[in-house]
Design a binder for this molecule. Structure first.
Ligand SMILES: Cc1cc2nc3c(=O)[nH]c(=O)nc-3n(C[C@H](O)[C@H](O)[C@H](O)COP(=O)(O)OP(=O)(O)OC[C@H]3O[C@@H](n4cnc5c(N)ncnc54)[C@H](O)[C@@H]3O)c2cc1C
Length: 403
C-alpha cells in the first residue's frame, strides 16, 4: 500500500521501530519463531505487555478516558504494521480486546474501576468461557447453570476449548440463569475468579502435540462454584446481548499485518530454496501463487482500514467483523500451506523436541523448517474458533446481504 506519511507520522513510525528494537528481545523473538500456537512463556507475554503499558501503547483502541493513547487511524495503522513487520508478540486478546470493551459498554462504574486498570496494566490474564461440549456454533443451547443463592450464584457445568485457561486469573463466562422462554433470554454474563473453589482445568492436546503446561486449550469444570452476583455484567438474563457485542471484537481481529509478515517470510524462504536448478522465487508457478496471496492480503488490509476508520467515527464493527474473520482466517491457512510447500522436504520431519521452549537440539534442515508443519496443523483452528467460518457465512448472508 502506498501511503505518503506526514513528517509527524514518519517520526511516530521511527519511534515505534526504536521501541520494538529496545524492548522485544532476541530471546523472545527466537521463542516466538518456534511457537506453533502464537503463545510462548507466560512471563514473556507479561513482560512485553507491561513494557507497552509503561509506554502508554498497550491498548490502541481504548478510549483516552480509560487509558487509550488517543491515536488517529493512521497512527494505529502504523503501530500495527510495524509490530507485525517485526514479528512481535501479539498482546493477549481476552482481556484487552474482548472483555474490556464489554465492561466499558455494559459494566457499572464500580466494575469499570475494579477491572479495567488491571487489564490495562496486564496484572491479570483472562480466558473465555463461551463454548461447551455440545454448544459451539449453537451457543444459545449452553447449559452451565448459575442458580441464585443469597448474594451469590452457584455455578455448575463445564466449558470447553478454553484457550490458556491454565494461565488465567479470571474467566468471562456465559451461564444459564433461566430455562424459561427463548433460549437466548435465559443467559447471563459472569466474571469468575479462576481460584474459586470448585473449578478444575484439564488440558486438551491438539494435533500440534503441544502438551501441558503449554497446551493451547482446556476443558474447565465448575462444581458448586460460588460467584458473587456483583460479578455479573449487564442485567440477569440479558447476557446474550453482551455476548454478541464481545464477539464483534473477537471476530474483528486485525489480520493484515500478520498476513504480510507471513507473505514476507515465504518470499524469504523461496529465495533460499531451489526449484528446477534455480531459485524457487524465480519459478513462475510458485511466484504466481505468492502474488495471489499478496493481492488478497492487500484486500484484507483495506477492509480492516475501512473498519478502523468506521470505529474511529464512533460506529460499531457489527456484522462486517464476520467478513474479516472469514477472509483473514482462510488466508492464515493458505499462507501456512504455501510455507510448507516452499519448505519442501524439510517441512516433513515433525520433531516436537526441537520446538520445546529452551530446547538446544539442532533442527533437521534450515531454521525456518521445524515449525512449518506444526503451524500448518495448528492453523486448522483459525476457521473454527471465534465461530466457524460456515456460521460466519450465514451471518454475512443474513445481516449484510439481507438474504
Ligand atoms: C484452538 C481453538 C481455541 C478455542 N478457544 C476458545 C475459547 O477460548 N473459548 C471458547 O469459548 N471457545 C473456544 N473455542 C471454541 C470455538 O468457538 C468452537 O469450536 C466453534 O464455535 C465451533 O463449535 P464446535 O466446536 O462445537 O463445532 P460445532 O458447532 O459442533 O460445528 C461442527 C461443524 O458443523 C458446522 N456447522 C455448525 N452449525 C452450522 C450451521 N448453522 N451452518 C453451517 N455449518 C454449521 C461447523 O461449521 C463445523 O464445521 C476454540 C476452538 C478452537 C479450535
Amino acid at each position: 500500500m502506498d501511503i505518503d506519511y506526514t513528517a509527524e507520522e514518519i517520526a511516530f513510525r521511527d519511534e515505534v521501530r526504536a521501541f520494538i528494537a529496545e524492548n522485544h528481545t532476541a530471546e523472545v523473538k527466537a521463542k516466538s519463531a518456534k511457537s506453533m500456537t502464537g503463545y510462548i512463556d507466560k512471563e514473556d507475554h507479561i513482560a512485553w505487555q507491561k513494557a507497552l503499558y509503561k509506554k502508554g501503547w498497550i491498548a490502541p483502541n481504548w478510549p483516552v478516558e480509560h487509558g487509550g493513547p488517543g491515536w488517529s487511524a493512521t497512527q494505529k495503522y502504523i503501530y500495527e504494521t510495524e509490530m507485525m513487520r517485526a514479528g512481535t508478540l501479539r498482546p493477549v486478546a481476552f482481556g484487552l480486546k474482548m472483555v474490556a470493551p464489554v465492561i466499558m459498554e455494559f459494566g457499572t462504574e464500580e466494575q469499570k474501576a475494579k477491572y479495567l486498570p488491571d487489564i490495562l496494566a496486564t496484572n491479570v490474564w483472562w480466558c473465555q468461557g463461551y463454548s461447551e461440549p455440545g454448544s459451539g456454533s449453537d451457543l444459545a443451547s449452553l447449559q452451565t447453570r448459575a442458580i441464585p443463592d443469597g448474594d451469590d450464584y452457584i455455578v455448575n457445568g463445564s466449558k470447553i476449548w478454553t484457550t490458556m485457561a491454565q494461565r488465567a486469573d479470571l474467566i468471562f463466562c456465559l451461564v444459564r440463569t433461566s430455562t424459561e422462554g427463548k433460549r437466548q433470554e435465559g443467559i447471563s454474563f459472569l466474571l469468575i475468579d479462576m481460584k474459586t473453589p470448585g473449578i478444575k482445568v484439564e488440558p486438551i492436546v491438539l494435533m500440534d502435540q503441544t502438551e501441558a503446561p503449554n497446551q493451547e486449550v482446556n476443558q474447565v469444570f465448575f462444581q458448586d462454584v460460588r460467584v458473587p452476583q456483583a460479578n455479573r455484567i449487564g442485567k440477569e438474563n440479558d447476557g446474550w446481548t453482551v455476548a454478541k457485542y464481545l464477539l464483534e471484537f473477537e471476530r474483528g481481529n486485525a489480520y493484515a499485518g500478520g498476513l504480510q509478515g507471513g507473505v514476507a517470510k515465504i518470499r524469504d524462504i523461496a529465495k533460499q530454496e531451489r526449484a528446477d536448478g534455480g531459485r524457487l522465487i524465480d519459478d513462475p508457478a510458485f511466484a504466481a501463487k505468492l502474488a495471489q496471496l499478496e493481492v488478497t492480503t492487500e484486500a484484507v488490509q483495506f477492509t480492516e482500514l475501512r473498519t478502523l476508520s468506521a470505529l474511529g467515527a464512533g460506529q460499531r464493527v457489527g456484522a462486517s467483523s464476520s467478513i474479516l474473520k472469514c477472509q483473514g482466517s482462510s488466508m492464515v491457512q493458505e499462507i501456512g500451506e504455501l510455507t510448507v510447500e516452499a519448505t519442501a522436504y524439510y517441512a516433513s520431519p515433525f520433531d516436537r523436541g526441537v520446538l520445546d521452549p529452551g530446547a538446544n537440539v539442532e533442527p533437521i534442515g534450515p531454521a525456518y523448517a521445524p515449525a512449518a508443519a506444526g503451524r500448518y496443523f495448528n492453523q486448522r483452528k483459525a476457521t473454527i474458533y471465534g465461530g466457524s467460518n460456515e456460521v460466519q457465512h450465514e451471518i454475512v448472508a443474513k445481516r449484510i446481504l439481507g438474504m
